[in-house]
Design a protein around this ligand. Structure first.
Ligand code: HEM
Length: 403
């Protein structure tokens, strides 16, 4: 009688207490830096949890992020069409193609550019606080504050009319949710692409002071490339930060002493933003990379074609690299977390996200010093079944305001 070799486990995704990574993931991370993993489509790949191993893979020339090479750990669908290479969608391109796009865009997202943008971000934040105070208490922090601030900022940067937000917010959410059927996800991507294709056409005849117009002036970029770059920037530019604002506020409400520090000590804003990014690591199902050649990593032989899932959330809780990693300490000196990834694809919008968070948390907590959850924490709906972790709703209430 022969015994079949048991298949390696699949990726755990549920964070039982809202904030901490899945316990099984942390348990594995403490056993070995990299292990075998069964992917949703049956692919036998790998899972890396150690920060040094993750950095090594994200900077290794034998690992690709092109969609046609990738298997995903938890998305069983990945229809052929969604796996197609899309010119301009540079998150899923390798050098030298990736370099060509990234070089053109980097200047629009520098620290200096974001400093110049800060007064506008503050004004947008204040106007949303005014509206929240006018209509509440109570309020749902997601539609009232967390989602509109980054949406409006990325719209203004790109030159996307904010009045069209219902359409692109719905499409982005469908695209990122693992609960969407392949047909729904394809339809959402098609709709978003059609919308930005039309808008790009419009910018040719109605130029404005925005990034899409800027790209239309670049003779080296095709219409299709500009469209797909815009799809990437619009989706990445609002979903992520929106979830960080809402989930970060939730985490602070659950840790009142930490909340008080963020509210009362302006000097703690910088460390608080970095700590919340580390502690929550909202990109919780990847990234994933595929080996293009046989490669040895940390003593393990990865065969060409095999994928590695890089568990950023586990790496950011590694006790060998950080004392007491499961504690939220907003005064912790930043130690170089992986919440924005690493290597050539490291988040292009990280300075924008940091600026938005550095404005949004203190402004909210100072204006509403008695802010608290309006429902028991257990009843807050969590979005675990999506590429970007977070909350869909955050009912809050307060007494009195300072402004
Ligand atoms: C890439 C996280 C906000 C644009 C990434 C990656 C991560 C990440 C982990 C790397 C993915 C990979 O290696 O496969 C986050 C988080 C954010 C955030 C946690 C908010 C707190 C933003 C914003 C923008 C943005 C506001 C606005 C433009 C991008 C783009 C890429 C990227 C364009 C692809 C970069 C490349 O391939 O060169 N982000 N992001 N992100 N992010 Fe962000």
């Amino acid at each position: 009688m022969t015994h079949a070799t048991p298949r390696p486990d699949t990726l755990p995704t549920i964070r039982p207490n809202h904030f901490d990574p899945p316990p099984r993931l942390l348990h594995w991370a403490r056993q070995t830096p990299i292990r075998l993993l069964t992917y949703a489509d049956g692919h036998q790949g790998w899972l890396a949890t150690d920060p040094a191993v993750i950095r090594a893979i994200l900077t290794h020339p034998h690992f690709s992020n092109r969609p046609e090479h990738l298997h995903l750990p938890v998305d069983p669908y990945s229809t052929q069409r969604r796996r197609q290479h899309r010119p301009g969608f540079f998150l899923q391109a390798d050098p030298p193609e990736h370099t060509r796009y990234r070089r053109r865009l980097i200047g629009h997202f520098t620290v200096r550019r974001m400093k110049a943008l800060r007064p506008r971000i503050e004004a947008i934040t204040t106007s949303h606080l005014d509206a929240m105070c006018h209509h509440g208490p109570p309020a749902d922090l997601v539609p009232a504050y967390a989602l509109p601030i980054p949406s409006l900022v990325i719209c203004e940067l790109l030159g996307v009319p904010y009045t069209d937000r219902a359409r692109f917010q719905r499409d982005s959410r469908t695209l990122l949710s693992l609960a969407s059927t392949p047909q729904q996800a394809d339809a959402a991507l098609d709709d978003l692409t059609a919308y930005l294709r039309d808008l790009t056409h419009h910018k040719h005849t109605h130029p404005a002071d925005d990034l899409i117009t800027d790209m239309t002036r670049d003779a080296d970029l095709t219409h299709e490339e500009i469209t797909n770059i815009s799809v990437l920037l619009l989706v990445a530019g609002h979903e992520t930060t929106a979830n960080m604002i809402a989930l970060g506020t939730f985490a602070l409400l659950a840790n009142p002493a930490q909340l008080a520090t963020v509210r009362d000590d302006p000097a703690a804003t910088h460390t608080a933003v970095e700590e919340l990014l580390r502690y929550l690591t909202i990109v919780h199902l990847g990234p994933v990379r595929a080996a293009t050649r046989d490669t040895d990593i940390d003593g393990h032989h990865i065969t060409a074609g095999q994928c590695v899932t890089l568990a950023l959330a586990a790496a950011n809780r590694d006790p060998r690299h950080l004392p007491d990693p499961d504690t939220l300490d907003v005064t912790r000196p930043p130690t170089g977390h992986l919440a924005f990834g690493h290597g050539i694809h490291q988040c292009l919008g990280q300075h924008l996200a940091r600026t938005e968070l550095a404005v949004a948390y203190p402004a909210l907590l100072r204006r509403l010093p008695t802010l608290r959850l309006a429902v028991p924490p257990r009843s807050i709906p969590i979005r675990a079944h999506t590429a970007i972790y977070g909350v869909d709703h955050l009912p809050v209430t307060w007494e009195g305001t300072t402004g």
